[in-house]
Design a binder for this molecule. Structure first.
Ligand code: CFN
Ligand code: HCA
Length: 536
């Protein structure tokens, strides 16, 4: 598509034709032919229509697997059937690196392994026994309990059990009502996890200042080692990372994370709640960053240095960017000519379907269609941009305009301030969502389903499809390679500068070949194989 993207309106109509009238009406609002100049709306974060094959996950997955799963010094007990604990155990490829002698419980899957008997007679006793047993064996400083669907259905009170066990064992124990069926998707689980961590952990301890610039990184989960690469860059810039929510993390660090100067929010969808609560309760401001893509990483580092307004930090950041960019550009120059102009589609989670478009852009690969599984409208449409951040304490002090941003009269002041700052050359563009940053005519689809995926592939004939394990093999049977943007398949890190280099090379491996076009499926030629069996 050299002259922009084709208008997919007819494709949309064709997809909708297949649905019953009511379903079509609903799905029509979840599929938007993008026009960044229009300020369009999309329907998102609504219940999936029963019968449709969604790729979404559950609330328990969002709470236990996503937000708390990557924290190594807490024992996360799944109260439920063994499958829930087992399938949320490290499949996400969240990595961790304990210091010498430090606790790491992540290699274990803790579960109460509920049986029929517990469903009938209740599972609280079994849960207490599990907590005592875990405590006796491991002597952890914290234990948390995650409710699965049956827990809510039979009415086990995990919070009462947590309180009782906390008093008995004298360590921090708390529970989550994150039953899988609550809410619409894993997004509800993020919210429940955020509330629980904030209530039971954040602010529990204090810590002496150890660096000049102390930050937390939020919404980064160390998939395939992403956080390790970001940590390396921070260290080289002289930035002290107090804690990450929650890649390569400890609850010990969450407890003093409120002493940071600033929160950097990467995946806004999963962690915005803690960022907001920390700002309100402890006055720690937050800014939005993105470390996916070399350009985005450079931009985010500059934004951080601007926030602190320190010349030494600014110089250090520039030095690191310059040094890293030499390596990045070298590989980009090799790979780009081989993959430029290829077409990508991505349907993942609640932030990566947006963030990864930056990486593809760096190689000249176009995103023709994208969508989230469970994001909310603001992730798609962008949110109102308000400079509620300290930019420079001396010359551009807007501290007094912080916090009260929900009050209309302050809001007006902030908007005026924003206009002034923009005149001075500041841009607040990074707060924008997926749609304002995508090309005109790109097809944006929320909670894409199996049928729609097939039609999209037929229409666009993409060179690469990015999604997860549920889509992978179906898509590959179409002769289209699929890159998992959840687990990264077996690769990564893909974040920051070193990650960009890895990703470019991966794209070269997957795209600079015609091998996928040779894939054929037997059912194309023989849709039905009729056989017979004889029973003796
Ligand atoms: S690591 Fe994150 S980046 S936390 Fe979230 S919205 Fe999931 S587990 Mo899968 S890969 Fe995905 Fe995002 Fe944030 Fe991961 S795009 S779906 S719940 N996600
Ligand atoms: C989840 C976790 C998941 C699933 C990935 C996939 C992940 O949603 O519970 O469908 O391949 O990243 O591991 O998003």
């Amino acid at each position: 598509y050299t002259n922009g993207l084709p208008d997919p309106s007819e494709l949309k109509e064709e997809i909708l034709k297949k649905y019953p009238r009511k379903v079509a009406k609903k799905r029509a609002k979840a599929m938007v032919v993008n026009d960044p100049s229009e300020g369009q709306e999309i329907m998102a974060n609504v219940r999936t229509i029963p019968g449709i094959i969604t790729q979404r996950g559950c609330t328990y997955a969002g709470c236990k697997g996503v937000v708390l799963g990557p924290t190594r010094d807490i024992i996360n007990i799944t109260h439920g059937p063994i499958g829930c604990g087992f399938y949320s155990w490290l499949t996400r490829r969240n990595q961790t690196k304990p210091a010498e002698g430090e606790d790491n419980y992540m290699p274990y899957a803790f579960s109460t392994d509920m049986q029929d008997e517990n469903i009938v007679f209740g599972g609280e006793q079994k849960l207490k026994t599990a907590i005592r047993e875990a405590f006796e064996i491991f002597k952890p400083s914290a234990i948390s309990i995650f409710s699965t669907c049956p827990v809510g259905l039979i009415g086990d009170d995990v919070h009462a059990v947590a309180r009782e066990m906390k008093a008995e064992l004298g360590i921090n124990i708390f529970g989550f009502s994150c039953e899988g069926y609550r809410g619409v998707s894993q997004s509800a689980g993020h919210h429940i996890a955020n509330n629980g961590i904030f209530k039971h952990v954040v602010g529990n301890t204090d810590r002496e200042r150890t660096g000049k610039f102390q930050v937390n990184l939020m919404g980064e989960y160390n998939i395939g080692g992403d956080a390790f690469e970001i940590e390396r860059i921070f260290e080289e810039c002289g930035i002290t990372l107090l804690s990450t929510y929650s890649g390569n993390s400890t609850v010990e660090s969450f407890a003093y994370s409120h002493t940071a100067d600033l929160n950097m929010v990467m995946c806004h969808r999963s962690i915005n709640y803690i960022a907001e609560m920390m700002e309100e309760k402890y006055g720690v401001p937050w800014i939005k960053v993105n470390f996916i893509g070399a350009e985005s990483t450079a931009k985010s580092l500059r934004k951080l240095a601007d926030y602190f307004g320190d010349d030494e930090l600014k110089a250090k950041v520039e030095e690191v960017i310059e040094r890293e960019m030499v390596k990045v550009k070298k590989v980009a120059e090799e790979v780009k000519p081989k993959v430029e102009g290829k077409l990508a589609m991505m349907f993942v989670g609640g932030s990566r379907a947006h963030h990864y478009q930056d990486l593809f852009n760096e190689l000249g690969i176009k995103t023709v269609s994208a969508g989230y599984e469970f994001a909310h409208r603001d992730d798609y449409e962008g949110r109102e941009v308000i400079p509620n951040i300290k930019i420079d304490a001396d010359t551009r002090n807007i501290e007094d305009l912080e916090v009260t941003k929900d009050e209309e009269h302050f809001r007006d002041d902030l908007v005026t301030k924003k206009t002034e700052l923009e005149k001075e050359g500041y841009t607040f563009k990074d707060y924008q969502g997926m749609m304002p940053e995508m090309s005109k005519n790109a097809l944006v689809v929320d909670d894409v389903n199996h049928w729609e995926t097939e039609k999209l592939i037929d229409f666009y004939k993409p060179d690469i499809f990015c999604a997860g394990i549920k889509e992978k093999y179906v898509v590959q049977k179409y002769g289209v390679p699929l890159k998992q943007l959840h687990s990264y398949d077996y690769g990564g890190p893909y974040a920051a500068f070193g990650g960009a280099v890895n990703f470019y090379k991966e794209m070269e491996r997957m795209l600079a070949t015609n091998i996928w076009k040779l894939v054929d499926t037997p059912w194309k030629h023989e849709p039905e194989i009729v056989g017979s069996i004889s029973i003796e």
